[in-house]
Design a protein around this ligand. Sequence first.
Ligand code: HEC
Length: 255
Amino acid sequence: MKNKINKWMHRPLCIMHFALCIAMMLASCDSGDIAEQELSTADLGHTVKLTATLSGIDSWKSQYAISLAAFALGDNYARVVRTLPNTTADNTQVTLVLSHLDDDVNTVELAVTNRLRERIITLASVNMADYENTRDTIRMDLGVVDVGYMGALQRGLFDVACIQCHGGNGRSAANLNLTEGQARSNLVDVPSTRKEGMTRVKSGDAENSLLHQILNEGGEDILHYNHTEVVSSQFKENLKEVLQLIDEWIGTLID
Ligand code: HEC
């Protein structure tokens, strides 16, 4: 008898439960429909796909990461990033994709970023304005790239701000060649041709390296050419970060 009552008392609850389930199912179906409609009519945004064979990722300390990162104009913090684990072995073929990028995104970059998604230095970049009228996937096929300290400085600093004067072909200012494959041997522990007693880059000692001195504040008048101006006009959002990276690189030279 007791059982019977219990059974009957349960029944309305069960019915209610059942009804609730149906309602929830309907509700979720409904919202699904709406989402689909939105997707079919609204702008899905851009997709950028990076493919490359990368080396040097494991040289970065844990506060940094190699990322595919989307930035708005004038912003040094990425909206979205896809990062690679710092344990990625040399010569790993990688694919990174960012999708649903909205119109605020100005550039998508292969960059060194920190934990706050801040841009440290840019190794390669696509300007989204160039793809305004296409909805096709934008491809960044970079081939083989060294993304360690030296590779990052080569692509992110020397290639963009220095080699127009410090190129090869025997036409390098101050006889300093900063092109790929040459920069390291032209800088590290090489005496300055302009400042007697100074070293271009003194291994492990950024402060006493001419490179550090001419690029940082107060370095304007050391040489007959103002190099602080070169970097401050090139790196509008991340000057501090680039200068710090150079110092860290010099620090790694005695590790
Ligand atoms: C517009 C031309 C120009 C650009 C761009 C330029 N430099 Fe120079 N650089 C010079 C000139 C000219 C000198 C020699 C200055 C002198 O005689 O006092 C020089 C000298 C140097 C020296 C000293 C070399 C020595 O032996 O003492 C270093 C180091 C250097 N540049 C690094 C750089 C780096 C790094 C960049 C990029 C961030 C850069 N330069 C961009 C023109 C340039």
